[in-house]
Design a protein around this ligand. Structure first.
Ligand code: PHE
Length: 451
């Protein structure tokens, strides 16, 4: 057995966990959802959900990890034998997500590269992105590079790799976000976009908006993927879990709100308020934004800074995914960390290739309009994650009892301040909300509702 790895202090742990939480979800999904579902009202609902629902789930995962010192695979079973299957389900999630997340990471490197080398204007052409992703070899080269960067950090270890990289990249990420935000909000015409983004509009506060906010928050805080269990297992027994979680939440929410402030007004100015231009996902980031940058004075530089920022966000999330998968395999097979990491790197490349080719020569392989990447995304995000999260709530609420988690929190701090809130959320509110999110994503797939 190798010795257990640890983050050196609370800041290291908080920044690594925030690195996981801040990802593409903050940058491309949050601004779109906020703009669509009533601006300021959505923000308010999101914040309330983050400090209650997200808070309780994140405390749970970190405490389970720290208490057991195990990866997601064995953590549940070591607290209650018969519940070991929850760990198995939780472990499948990062194993499925890691490869396809790296495909998108590769696209980000490509776009960063073209902007840094002054060719950003090429991306303005509507077909540029589609032509690039449908190529056979080039996207594989970029995803390989992305996986290589991720792997190097994992090989350097929890302390000298993950923690160190997070301590450098996360503050830089905030700085870059602020630079772009200031630039955008002071551009001519931005005011209308800011108003559009922030003005509360209570008529948009529908059940769909509420579920969209809850689903987004859950994904954005990297919950139900075993990640927070893994990072929790590396955290110090002395750290105050409650305040760590508050810090992670603030970091994640701040970046999401800033992302909206840079993207919504920029697109608004560019499109003259056409809401379609804010459509979510790859189209916003890789098709619309390059046009926005082209139309701005100094846009090429801002574009380059923006894609560096996106790369940092994607990289620290991929690192947390790869570390989680490595810890699961080391836990299961007792293999050496380094060898395992290289193996996981190779697995990621091999499994990422089909997702990448799904946009080109393998585009016939699809279910409905879902490409191979979308299928992996759907199984992990829309099916497995809500199930794992519901099971986790039931596990804590009714099997090991909230007291187990409360005791773990209170082992390092005199008082768990939001104890009552925690118990109510984990036993009653979270399972119900999660069941609704699950139902909503199924209805979305069946085409009955649309987010
Ligand atoms: N929390 C990430 C985000 O907001 C999501 C994520 C994290 C996805 C880690 C995969 C791995 O984008």
């Amino acid at each position: 057995m190798e010795t257990k790895h640890h983050f050196s202090n609370k800041i290291g742990f908080v920044l690594a966990a925030a690195g996981s939480a801040v990802g593409l979800g903050n940058l491309w999904r949050f601004p779109y959802l906020a703009a669509k579902y009533g601006g300021g009202t959505f923000l308010l609902v999101y914040i309330i959900l983050a400090v209650t629902f997200g808070f309780a789930l994140m405390i749970t995962e970190i405490a389970i990890g720290r208490r057991t010192g195990k990866s997601a695979l064995h953590a549940f079973g070591s607290l209650h034998k018969k519940s070991g299957f929850i760990g198995v389900l939780a472990s499948i999630v990062p194993i499925l997500i890691l490869p396809y997340y790296c495909v998108i990471g590769g696209w980000v490197i490509k776009f960063m590269w073209i902007f840094l080398t002054g060719q950003g204007n090429a991306a303005v052409n509507n077909n540029y992105f589609g032509e690039f992703t449908s190529k056979t070899v080039e996207p594989v080269f970029w995803l390989f590079l992305f996986i290589l960067f991720t792997l190097i950090v994992i090989l350097l270890g929890v302390n000298k790799g993950i923690e160190k990289v997070s301590k450098i990249l996360m503050p830089l990420l905030i700085l870059l976000s602020l630079i772009i935000t200031v630039f955008v909000v002071t551009s001519p015409g931005a005011w209308d976009g800011i108003v559009y983004y922030l003005k509360p509009n209570f008529s948009e506060l529908t059940i769909t908006a509420f579920l969209a906010a809850a689903g987004q928050m859950f994904y954005s805080m990297s919950l139900a993927m075993g990640i927070m269990i893994t990072y929790g297992s590396y955290s110090s027994k002395k750290d105050d879990i409650e305040s760590s979680v508050r810090n992670i939440e603030i970091f994640d929410t701040l970046v999401a709100i800033l992302a909206g402030l840079m993207i919504v007004p920029a697109v608004f100015v560019f499109s003259g308020g056409d809401q379609e231009a804010l459509s979510k996902g790859p189209t916003l980031m890789f098709v619309t934004l390059p046009k926005v940058f082209e139309s701005m004075a100094g846009g090429q530089i801002i574009g380059a800074i923006f894609f560096v920022l996106v790369l940092f966000a994607a990289l620290t999330s991929a690192i947390s995914l790869m570390e989680t998968v490595v810890s699961i395999i080391v836990d299961k097979f007792g293999t050496g960390r380094k060898k395992t990491a290289v193996g996981v790197g190779i697995y990621s490349v091999i499994m990422a290739i089909p997702s990448s080719l799904g946009f080109g020569i393998w585009s016939d392989i699809s279910i409905g309009d879902k490409t191979i990447l979308d299928i992996f995304d759907f199984i992990s995000n829309s099916i497995l994650m809500p199930i794992v999260a519901i099971l986790t709530c039931v596990f804590v609420g009714y099997i090991i009892k909230p007291k187990t988690i409360i005791d773990e929190v209170e082992s390092s701090t005199p008082r768990f301040k939001s104890k009552t809130l925690y118990v109510v959320v984990i036993k009653y509110i979270a399972p119900i909300l999660l069941a609704l999110i699950f139902l909503a994503s199924i209805l979305e797939v069946l085409g009955i509702i649309k987010f």
